[in-house]
Design a protein around this ligand. Structure first.
Ligand SMILES: O=C(O)CCC(=O)C(=O)O
Ligand SMILES: [Fe+2]
Length: 344
């Protein structure tokens, strides 16, 4: 294995991709503040998860002021000197994915024009963030952490409402079948803040696109994304073509993750997505990835297997097992295929 030093990493030139920007995606919208039309919202959530595996939530009730404060704090964090950013989240145990990183995504050689802060989130309580190296975080990081905790609590509440609608729309008898997985005290979630700076060469040439975050699916149950108003996020449609997601700083975007695809026996689609950088403005996004407890046994829900003529499309596995398998693979790999059962 070639180990790159920090200095070498800064020298890496990511190739520009001279492909046209794909057409705009037609992203379904679900209004949580609709008042009364719950059954219609539940149907809309299910239809969106079966279609793109991706939708937008409006009327979400998370205060606009909180979103603005988080966006400003993220911009402040990323504008700090490199050493301070690294120190802020230092102390994560060896092998842990948490902390600050630049250009290197995960530990399997994936590179992108991005820097990010990744924090662990426990399932319960008013201060769910686990910030490693907390023994002596810099004072500036403490207020940042408190703000992120407030954000996680608000976003998780909204997300649980969405998961409740999903269970209802799927006709599950156990209404908390999905919420339970992500609100257990041992639920294994994450919060990631991504910053895609404008690329100097692209700015000079005025054209070209390069990979900010390579194509992948999110492994967890669902992901909740919010960004500033800079474009870049693209989703893969069912026919394999790509579509660009118009940014909307007032809304949240929801991704179906691999675990939800399994639980629904493949009825919901874990959406493949990526970020391409071409804008002269920075993109800042914050994503909450809701995962189950490590020991949770995951398998297609019996009701959905019955609805699929009794065919169970995935074998049972634990979240710990799936995560270990995901961390061994490159970003773009299809990880779910290792868990599929044989077709009759
Ligand atoms: O930064 C974004 O907009 C999306 C990034 C992403 O897909 C991820 O962090 O999993
Ligand atoms: Fe993602």
């Amino acid at each position: 294995m070639v180990v790159l030093t920090k200095g070498e990493l800064e020298q890496i030139a990511l190739p520009a991709v001279h492909k046209a920007v794909p057409p705009l995606a037609d992203v379904p919208e679900v209004d949580l503040g609709g008042g009364g039309a719950r059954a219609a919202a539940a149907r809309a959530v299910v239809a969106a998860c079966e279609g793109h595996g991706f939708f937008k939530v409006t009327g979400h009730g998370v205060p606009a002021g909180l979103l603005a404060r988080v966006e400003a704090a993220a911009a402040t964090f990323f504008s700090m000197p490199q050493l301070e950013k690294e120190a802020a989240a230092a102390g994560a145990p060896p092998g842990s994915p948490f902390g600050y990183a630049s250009k290197r995504i995960g530990s399997n050689g994936d590179l992108g024009w991005v820097e990010y802060l990744l924090l662990g989130v426990t399932g319960a309580g008013a201060a769910p963030l686990c910030v490693h190296g907390e023994a002596s975080p810099p004072p500036s990081f403490c207020s940042f952490r408190d703000l992120l905790n407030e954000y996680v609590v608000a976003v998780r509440a909204m997300m649980c409402e969405v998961l409740g609608l999903m269970a209802e729309g799927l006709g599950l008898k156990e209404k908390d079948a999905l919420v339970r997985l992500v609100s257990h005290e041992e639920s294994d979630s994450m919060l990631r803040m991504n910053h895609y700076p404008p690329h100097p060469e692209l700015k000079q040439q005025g054209h070209g696109r390069l990979t900010g975050f390579g194509e992948h699916t999110d492994p967890q149950v669902i992901s909740v994304l919010r960004s500033n108003d800079t474009s870049g996020l693209e989703i893969s449609l069912r026919d394999g073509s790509w579509a660009s997601v118009p940014p909307d700083r007032d809304s949240f975007f929801i991704n179906v993750g691999d675990v939800l695809q399994v639980l629904t026996n493949g009825r919901f689609r874990s959406v493949r997505h990526r970020v391409m950088v071409s804008s002269p403005r920075p993109r800042v996004s914050i994503i909450f990835f809701a995962g189950p407890p490590p020991r949770e046994r995951l398998a297609p829900l019996p009701w959905l297997v019955a609805e699929d003529g009794g065919r169970c499309r995935y074998r049972e596995f634990t979240w710990r097992e799936y995560k270990a398998s995901a961390y061994r693979t490159k970003l773009a790999e299809n990880r779910l295929c290792h868990f599929e059962t044989e077709a009759d």
